[in-house]
Design a protein around this ligand. Structure first.
Ligand code: KIV
Length: 273
């Protein structure tokens, strides 16, 4: 029997991700926010779909992830769940839905699970959100951590540049990763940190790490679908590999359609009743 998750239709679970790490099989993860995209990437064999709060940027056109609301995240998650059969679906807890109050964090996570039927939540931060992580986990809700560049804290950082280059921050990141594992998280996203640090963290943990801008030593990779497909063209950090130029394909196709409408070529008799 093949061990490659691409070769089968078996549902991906949090437990299965840990088994993949144990086998040295890399985990693929992409964002999606709607039914049609989720269906396409699930059919293509993606392991994990993240309903990321990056929807705030690429779907709603906001400059940061901060404005998106819990209701909007649930709307996106519901749509993604309808298009997904095999991938594990993880949903971001948005800014303001968990910080500083673990009861509110649990209530937010419960709403996501109950209303969208998603399978896990992701939450940004380390020791400062320990109580929230514990409380959510105590309700039987799987939690994925997120360390390094945590976009919800952009106003504190003041920049989207690489995090944890300094020893003190790197040490805290390692301690936070170990804490999240000890609390019971099933995985951790490591965003925009030095590749060596990400490799070290990944080797110290038994749960999988999923990197974005964290080099090749993590147990998996995640990208924002709109960035890797070239739908969002205004974002080109060094870590981003573009696999398509969908913006150009859409632009040209729409231009062609406009020409056909204006010239009367569309619709033809064959396209009419
Ligand atoms: O919201 C998001 O898309 C994310 C990824 C960048 C990991 O958190």
């Amino acid at each position: 029997m093949s061990t490659n998750t691409k070769d089968n239709t078996r549902k991906v679970t949090t437990r299965r991700l840990i088994e993949m790490k144990q086998r040295g099989e890399k985990i693929s993860m992409l964002t999606a926010y709607d039914y049609s995209s989720a269906k396409i990437i699930d059919n293509a064999g993606i392991d994990v779909i993240l309903v990321g709060d990056s929807a705030s940027n690429v779907m709603a056109g906001n400059v940061t992830t901060l404005p998106i609301t819990l209701d909007q995240m649930i709307y996106h998650a519901k749509s993604v769940m309808k298009g997904t059969k095999r991938a594990l679906v993880v949903v971001d807890l948005p800014f303001g839905s968990y910080q500083g109050n673990s009861k509110e964090a649990l209530a937010s996570a419960i709403r996501i699970m109950k209303e969208s039927h998603a399978e896990a939540v992701k939450i940004e931060g380390g020791s400062e959100i320990k109580e929230s992580v514990e409380r959510i986990l105590s309700a039987g809700i799987p939690v994925m951590g997120h360390l390094g560049l945590t976009p919800q804290s952009i106003n504190k950082f003041g920049t989207y540049s690489v995090r944890a280059r300094e020893k003190a921050e790197a040490d805290k990141l390692i301690a936070d990763a170990l804490l999240l594992e000890e609390l019971g998280c099933f995985g951790i996203v490591l965003e925009k940190i030095p590749a060596e640090l990400a490799r070290e963290v990944s080797q110290k943990l038994t749960i999988p790490t999923i990197g974005i801008g964290a080099g090749g030593g993590t147990d998996g990779q995640v990208l924002v679908m709109h960035d890797m497909l070239g739908i969002n063209q205004g974002f080109s950090p060094r870590f981003l590999r573009r696999y398509a130029d969908i913006a150009t394909i859409m632009h040209d196709a729409v231009g062609h359609y406009i020409e056909d409408v204006k010239s009367g070529d569309f619709p033809s008799p064959e396209e009419s009743y």
